[in-house]
Design a protein. Structure first.
Length: 117
């Protein structure tokens, strides 16, 4: 048996420089309504938002792969797919991207506490 160790150096570059997201997400905080079909509608909180999706805080766990209706203020119902979930937080991808005007209007609804500068 040979006890020689061979050391070599390697360089690597991330395959996706901008991350996995197609569009940047903005931290927000506003209420929305969540429905999974039928009559079960519940309140949730949108905690970040992009034109392609959102991260939600919910009162019940969501199953990845399920389709939901997310009723956004000023926009109305948006079809979305739950991409990931962890307890009472879930990420969803909108079936159709939001238009820029709707996205901007939702950003203006942000109820996050702001620090005074």
């Amino acid at each position: 048996m040979n006890d020689k160790s061979v050391m070599f150096a390697a360089e690597f570059e991330p395959a996706m420089v901008g991350g996995r997201r197609r569009s940047p997400r903005a931290p927000v905080s506003f209420d929305a309504r969540l429905g999974r079909g039928g009559l079960d509608r519940a309140l949730c909180r949108v905690v970040d938002l992009s034109i392609h999706g959102a991260r939600l805080q919910t009162y019940s766990s969501m199953k990845p792969g399920s389709m939901i209706w997310l009723t956004l203020p000023l926009v109305g119902p948006v079809a979305a797919k739950i991409v990931w979930s962890d307890d009472f937080v879930a990420g969803c991808e909108f079936q159709s991207p939001l238009d820029q005007a709707s996205y901007d209007a939702l950003l203006d609804l942000d109820q996050s506490p702001r620090s005074m500068s």
